[in-house]
Ligand binder design. Structure first.
Ligand code: 5GP
Length: 209
């Protein structure tokens, strides 16, 4: 059976652990590809060009917008973030499940263009844990942390647009849940119509022998 790749949006509050979950999915299973976004935000220590993001100036990013290079893009706390089209298309065609780790406005645009996108939202067990994680990672200034928490509170209002909520309490459990949700999605009847038609034809031909 030839599986078609699924487009998976993984959103969640900044600090909820999306990045760690995606890293684990990529290292534990072969079926996934991560879409590397372009951004105008400055690299954090250890973030490599082309791995974490394609780091762009505002001018470069706006040129890409004008050229229609993005499936979607959004502004998030004073920076642009966008999903380049080409790689996503290639990976889906190769049968991989492509993960877009993006915020909520971009997620909505993806869902409009590709209605069968699987939409997952990751949260921390509670708001206090979120604040602790954001502060603890020590990569953002207090002002940016405050803006990100405000943004998280706005994003919480949009969770109903997603298909599944995953609480990131224990990482292993959370990764297993996300993988299981994606595997279940592959079993959806509407994603297997060609296979089903083929099977129905074979069954009929058995009966007429
Ligand atoms: P960070 O600066 O923490 O890496 O990312 C900030 C937010 O931007 C996160 O919620 C992340 O998921 C989101 N993000 C990253 N890449 C993209 C993208 O290509 N498009 C959109 N819409 N959001 C993105």
């Amino acid at each position: 059976m030839n599986r078609k790749g699924i487009l998976v949006v993984l959103s969640g509050f900044s600090g909820a652990g999306k990045g760690t979950i995606v890293k684990r999915l990529l290292s534990d299973y072969k079926q996934y590809a991560l879409s590397v976004s372009a951004t105008t935000r400055a690299p954090r220590p250890g973030e490599e060009e082309g791995k974490a993001y394609f780091f762009k100036t505002k001018q470069e990013f706006e040129k890409m917008i004008a050229e229609g290079a993005f499936i979607e893009y959004a502004r998030y706390v004073d920076n642009y973030y966008g999903t380049p089209k080409e790689y996503v298309r290639q990976q889906l065609d190769a049968g991989r499940d492509v993960i877009l780790e993006i915020e909520i406005q971009g997620a909505r645009k993806v869902k409009e263009q590709f209605p069968d996108t699987l939409m997952l939202f990751v949260v921390t067990p509670d708001a206090a844990t979120l604040k602790e994680r954001l502060t603890g990672r020590g990569t953002e200034s207090p002002d940016v942390i405050r803006d990100r928490l405000r943004r998280a509170s706005e994003e919480a209002e949009g969770i109903e647009a997603y298909d599944y909520l995953v609480v990131n309490d224990d990482l292993d459990t959370c990764v297993a849940k996300v993988h299981a949700l994606i595997e279940s999605e592959h079993c959806r009847i509407s994603r297997n119509t060609d296979y089903i038609k083929e099977m129905q034809k074979e069954m009929k031909s058995f009966c007429s022998r």
